[in-house]
Write a protein that binds this ligand. Structure first.
Ligand SMILES: C[S@@+](CC[C@H](N)C(=O)[O-])C[C@H]1O[C@@H](n2cnc3c(N)ncnc32)[C@H](O)[C@@H]1O
Length: 156
């Protein structure tokens, strides 16, 4: 199952870029034997100041047809890492070819896009900057792959 990170804004060279790249590299290696990956990053930018609706349209276009749509939203479902790993495996074993993870911009995710989501995941009730959410998502995807592969990275 291919994994897509659909995000607003370019993550330029710096600590967040380094962390995202590191976790996605590791995910690529661990996920190969699990049919998780490759991972694609789709960064969208609305240069016309169209706000959340315009970003929502660009993000929608970045989501492949037929993909599982998972949005990141502080009002979403709080999951344990093993439950997240199990959910990924369920989608993969159910024959889904693509899973897209959408992180909104400064104003959040357009309600029309959010309404179409198969799942909304929360990293807690606090609001995080979208660049940090990208790092956290990349780490949780890598962690999920290690859980599914039985590697000792995840400990409870
Ligand atoms: C700065 S936040 C936008 C907050 C905005 N006020 C809203 O209502 O969504 C940017 C994006 O980061 C993600 N995000 C921020 N905090 C999050 C959390 N606790 N859990 C999951 N995603 C979060 C969401 O995708 C959000 O659209």
């Amino acid at each position: 199952m291919r994994l897509h990170l659909c995000t607003v804004g370019r993550l330029r060279a710096g600590p967040e870029r380094a962390l995202v790249s590191d976790y996605l590299d590791r995910l690529g290696k661990t996920g190969r034997a699990l049919s998780l990956g490759p991972v694609f990053e789709h960064e969208v930018e609305d240069k016309r100041g169209g706000g959340m609706a315009a970003e929502g349209e660009l993000l929608s276009r970045a989501v492949p047809a037929g993909a599982v749509l998972c949005v990141l939203d502080e009002r979403g479902k709080v999951m344990s890492s093993p439950d997240f790993a199990a959910q990924l495996a369920k989608w993969r074993d159910g024959g889904r070819q693509d899973a897209a993870f959408v992180i909104g911009g400064a104003d959040g995710i357009d309600p029309a896009l959010r309404a179409r989501a198969d799942l909304a995941i929360s990293f807690g009730a606090m609001v995080w900057p979208h660049m940090l959410v990208r790092v956290m998502l990349a780490e949780q995807l890598y962690r999920a792959a290690t859980i599914l592969s039985g590697s000792p990275y995840h400990r409870v």
